[in-house]
Design a protein around this ligand. Structure first.
Ligand code: SF4
Length: 322
């Protein structure tokens, strides 16, 4: 049987409050509005960042292509400079070959963790070799002024396109920067938004299913974030339980446990470490909750009138203390 982190939060406050919530649904208009706003803004950031990344790829492509075409244009211009360039490229090709041979040799010796680095270097080195071969061929060709003119015009057009994409990317980045600071640390990116469009995360291992408000990817870690509209100055137990349940979902989904989760209140933010002791409390609460479901009733588990005083279900609670 699956339980949700939201239900665990209610149960952690008072089992009877959770039980009553099934019959008496209370919609927190402010909360719903806030979560909708958060989801919308995060979606906007995600889409714009996707576009910026797309532009960055094409900026790189057009800039490199324009440079290659511009150099090719020069190659077709003067017959007299060709001999010099032919020697230049032959020397460069030999040096390149030596460097590539060195990387190839090193790649066979390094420990497996460094292999991807050397594979990248080998790939770059092969691309460099292709470029050298291409330029050697061009500089050995007879002079052709029309061809040179065509290449230079093409290079200018591509550079203009790269600049336009650059300004468009800058404009989009500027538009989202303020919102981004509000939600995401500098090194972070949005991995998941718990809006209507996203699928629920299900953990068969822990018997929990639900949607965190959002998940950030920070330094190769997946960090759940829970936004609350309350103006608390320190985290409370039910919220820590809910966040821990989200950490458990993430642990099962990505195969790596997050080291912490983030609780955000109106004016304060807390990093809550993902700890074994909280995990055990979540599992115990889940067990008790299932037992209560089977019994068909839940009861108050505390003697704290202050708790009842601030309980949103006290009006129709048969066991309230105040
Ligand atoms: S009023 Fe008290 S006993 Fe009743 S649900 Fe709320 S906290 Fe529990």
């Amino acid at each position: 049987m699956f339980v949700s982190p939201g239900d665990l939060e209610k149960y952690a406050f008072c089992p009877l409050s959770w039980w009553l919530s099934k019959e008496h649904k209370i919609v927190h208009k402010e909360g719903v509005k806030h979560h909708k706003k958060v989801g919308k803004e995060l979606q906007e950031i995600k889409e714009k960042e996707k576009k910026v990344k797309f532009y960055e790829k094409y900026i790189l492509f057009f800039s490199v292509a324009a440079t290659i075409v511009a150099i090719s244009g020069i190659a077709f211009l003067y017959e007299e400079i060709q001999t010099f360039w032919q020697y230049f490229f032959v020397t460069l090709a030999l040096m390149w070959l030596l460097v590539s041979a060195f990387f190839l040799y090193r790649a066979t010796k390094v420990v497996s963790i460094l292999k991807p680095k050397y594979e990248k270097l080998l790939l770059l080195s092969s691309m460099g070799a292709i470029l050298i071969a291409f330029f050697s061929f061009l500089f050995s060709s007879p002079a052709n002024r029309d061809m040179s003119l065509f290449a230079e015009i093409l290079a200018i057009i591509w550079i203009v396109v790269a600049n336009l994409l650059f300004y468009r990317g800058m404009y989009l980045s500027d538009k989202i920067v303020e919102k981004k600071i509000r939600y995401i640390p500098i090194k972070g990116e949005i991995e998941y938004i718990g809006s209507d469009r996203e699928k629920e995360i299900i953990s068969e291992k822990y018997g929990i299913r639900g949607k965190p408000d959002y998940i950030l990817k920070i330094d190769d870690e997946y960090i759940p974030v829970e936004e609350k509209t309350s103006d608390l100055q320190s985290p409370i137990f039910p919220h820590v339980i809910q966040l821990t349940a989200y950490c458990m979902l993430i642990e099962d989904k990505y195969g790596v446990p997050p080291s912490y989760g983030i609780l955000k209140y109106k004016n304060a933010e807390f990093k809550i470490p993902y700890e074994k002791r909280w995990k055990e409390v979540v599992m115990q609460l889940r067990k008790n909750m299932i037992k209560d479901m089977e019994k068909g009733i839940a009861h108050r588990n505390h003697n704290n009138p202050k708790k009842c005083a601030r309980c949103i279900r006290k009006e129709y609670c048969p066991e309230r203390l105040s």
